[in-house]
Design a protein. Structure first.
Length: 215
């Protein structure tokens, strides 16, 4: 009996320690997969989900870059910038959920999403709705923080594309929107139009927002 009690007394702390360790490992794994600020999937998890989403006919890939974000950080501080990022993430997530897609934060003020929009005629109004949502003021400590958004979309009417190609084409369209003072642009076809290095276009000069259109 004494031996059983002794073993129980020894095993109790060990089991508690193992349970705590497993909990910490699960938390670390979640932090590695999800962005802690926006709670959106990070780059790796978004990539995994986006590959699945692109199997559906009518899938669209979207890249988003916030315009004027640096000014908010510089004038209102990093807490204000965090509020803008969290708000943008929530709004993009809501839009993606509405269209059976996935939203993710790729880093900094750069986001990506997938959406299922089978009717090409609906793409322009849906991008316009997303652009309007991202431009809404963000309340912060009695102020209204204002940022714009440049959105690039890649439509996939001819079947599932390679995700790298889709992201690159959406990135090019987003850059075109920035060069036109913001808004949204759509890229069609798999052939990249802008020279890239390691699959990524270099440089994203920011400007103010505008309403764009297909390219």
């Amino acid at each position: 009996m004494d031996t059983v009690l002794s073993l129980s007394a020894t095993a109790g702390p060990l089991l508690a320690g193992w349970s705590l360790h497993a909990c910490l490992l699960r938390r670390r794994a979640r932090r590695a997969r999800f962005d802690p600020l926006t709670a959106l999937p990070g780059r790796d998890l978004f990539t995994h989900c986006a590959r699945r989403d692109l199997r559906a006919r009518g899938a669209v890939v979207v890249m988003v870059d916030l315009d004027g974000f640096k000014d908010v950080n510089d004038t209102r501080g990093h807490a204000a910038g965090d509020a803008v990022l969290a708000s943008a993430g929530a709004r993009l997530q809501k839009w993606a959920d509405w269209h059976a897609g996935t939203a993710g934060r790729l880093g900094g003020d750069e986001f990506a999403a997938t959406a299922l929009i089978p009717d090409p005629r609906n793409l322009a109004p849906e991008l316009e709705a997303l652009h309007a949502a991202l431009r809404r003021p963000v309340p912060f400590r009695g102020y209204e923080l204002l940022v714009g958004a440049s959105i690039g979309a890649y439509a996939t009417p001819f079947g599932p594309p390679d995700l790298g190609v889709a992201l690159r084409r959406a990135d090019e369209a987003m850059y075109a929107a920035k060069r036109s003072s913001g808004g949204w642009e759509v890229a069609y076809g798999p052939v990249p139009e802008i020279t890239t290095t390691n699959g990524r276009r270099a440089g994203r000069p920011g400007t103010a927002p505008r309403t764009g259109g297909p390219r």
